[in-house]
Design a protein around this ligand. Structure first.
Ligand SMILES: Cc1ncc(COP(=O)(O)O)c(C=O)c1O
Length: 412
């Protein structure tokens, strides 16, 4: 099945949020408004019960996708950032030490910085190989201290697409009795992850990127038993145990205070069902083919620098480029105004990754990221556009972006 984006605009910013979505996603959101429209857990009438079934259906689909044991340990939140904040702030205590990596996103680095300032935790960001941007598990092991409580690892980089060896890191964490939180924002829905057998304690991801659900959805998976080492960071109504002014201890309610984004979760349920029907392995094979094709098309293009692993098996479809003589923001503007291709330039909320790449002070990179509906023809179109701009830059003759182009010096 092909899903055409509008206006021949080639959307290659799936790392920000996926588009297009499977048509069933918008249909499920619309159906929610048409037939359910009530708030889950907030009444005993038919519509409120139907809303509860939507949430349960979404938990079941996610449990199947990640092969996690228990649906009640699938916690819904606002987005990936919200799920990461919950996981970090619920587990880390004053005086603790946390290990993360330079490839991690501000949705990990900023909560850690805030806890450092507010309650005196310490944290270490492990370096990455400058060429592949992959982290060595030995370096993670060396960074552990007696007071290390948590390791947070970005599974796939939102800057270079590099996959980190999370299963090896999980073994190290288990050996040392340290919790492992995986940020699967760029790998969920792209790479098969067996949550239970991989030995991951906590996994956070947005619902709106590779899981193909609507914006405003996020998920935290908790390995059974780990909740006993977590405290709540937000309390409120759950529609359960209402006689008690104290947050319920049972999951998922313990970590899900307040009304749900049920229309969004209806869409997420349809999206994850679509992924399960398609098969994650076949989606991954598609992504691997796209990565190999882009590498083939861009290898040897003079003046074009590509960051991160070249080997498809070591990456997801998130690519960072620079073209000598062209600012990353200008490159994005050129791609949009001359080629109708949508990319994202700047630092991608990952300052330490850009520092490691040497691009922090020079405008970052231009990122293109694929999704399940990206075709071979789309890859060829993007490669041709990049090669054309690189050739013009080599000749000192890059046509300017259209006058109405938005050239943002450094995007956030
Ligand atoms: C690696 C990574 N982690 C976390 C996030 C945060 O996800 P969200 O935008 O859903 O809050 C992102 C978003 O770009 C990301 O790429």
């Amino acid at each position: 099945m092909s899903v055409e984006p509008r206006d021949n605009r080639l959307y290659l910013d799936n790392a920000a949020t996926s588009y297009p979505k499977p048509p069933a996603v918008a249909a499920a959101v619309q159906d929610y408004f048409d037939t359910v429209h009530a708030s889950a857990g907030r009444g005993a009438y038919r519509e409120a019960l139907a809303s509860e079934r939507v949430l349960e259906g979404c938990r079941t689909a996610i449990r199947e996708l990640f092969r996690c044991a228990r649906g009640d340990h699938v916690i819904f939140g606002l987005n990936g950032t919200d799920a990461l904040n919950l996981a970090i702030k619920a587990t880390v205590r004053p005086g603790d030490h946390v290990v993360t990596t330079v490839m991690d996103h501000n949705s990990v680095l900023r909560p850690l910085s805030a806890l450092e300032e507010q309650v005196g935790i310490r944290w270490t960001a492990v370096a990455a190989d400058p060429a592949t941007t992959r982290v060595s598990p030995d370096d993670v092991a060396r960074a552990l201290r007696p007071e290390t409580r948590l390791v947070v690892v970005n599974h796939a980089s939102n800057v270079t697409g590099a996959l980190q060896p999370v299963e090896v890191i999980a073994d190290i964490c288990r050996e040392h009795g340290v919790l492992l939180l995986v940020d699967a924002a760029q790998s969920a829905g792209h790479v098969p992850i067996e949550f239970r057998s991989a030995g991951i304690d906590l996994l956070a991801c947005p619902g709106h990127k590779g899981l193909l659900g609507p914006l405003g959805t996020g998920v935290l998976l908790i390995r059974a038993g780990i909740e006993e080492r977590m405290r709540t960071v937000r309390e409120g109504g759950t529609g359960s145990s209402s006689e008690n002014p104290v947050q319920p201890t049972t999951l998922p309610d313990r970590f899900e205070a307040g009304s749900h984004n049920a229309p969004g979760l209806a869409g997420l349920r349809a999206a994850v069902r679509w992924i399960l029907d398609r098969g994650l392995r076949s989606l991954r094979e598609h992504e691997l083919r796209l990565c190999a094709r882009l590498r083939e098309r861009l290898d040897g293009v003079a003046g074009l620098q590509w960051y991160g692993p070249r080997e498809p098996a070591e990456r997801v479809g998130v690519f960072s480029f620079r073209i000598a003589g062209v600012e990353p923001s200008e490159l994005s503007a050129l791609l949009e105004t001359r080629f109708n291709i949508l990319s994202r330039s700047g630092l991608h909320c990952a300052p330490l990754a850009h520092r490691a790449l040497g691009t922090l002070e020079t405008g970052g990179t231009t990122r293109l990221s694929t999704g399940p509906f990206t075709t071979d023809a789309d890859i060829d179109r993007a490669a041709d556009a990049l090669a054309t701009i690189a050739r013009e830059a080599q000749q000192g003759d890059v046509a300017a972006p259209a006058p109405n182009a938005q050239v943002r010096p450094v995007s956030p």
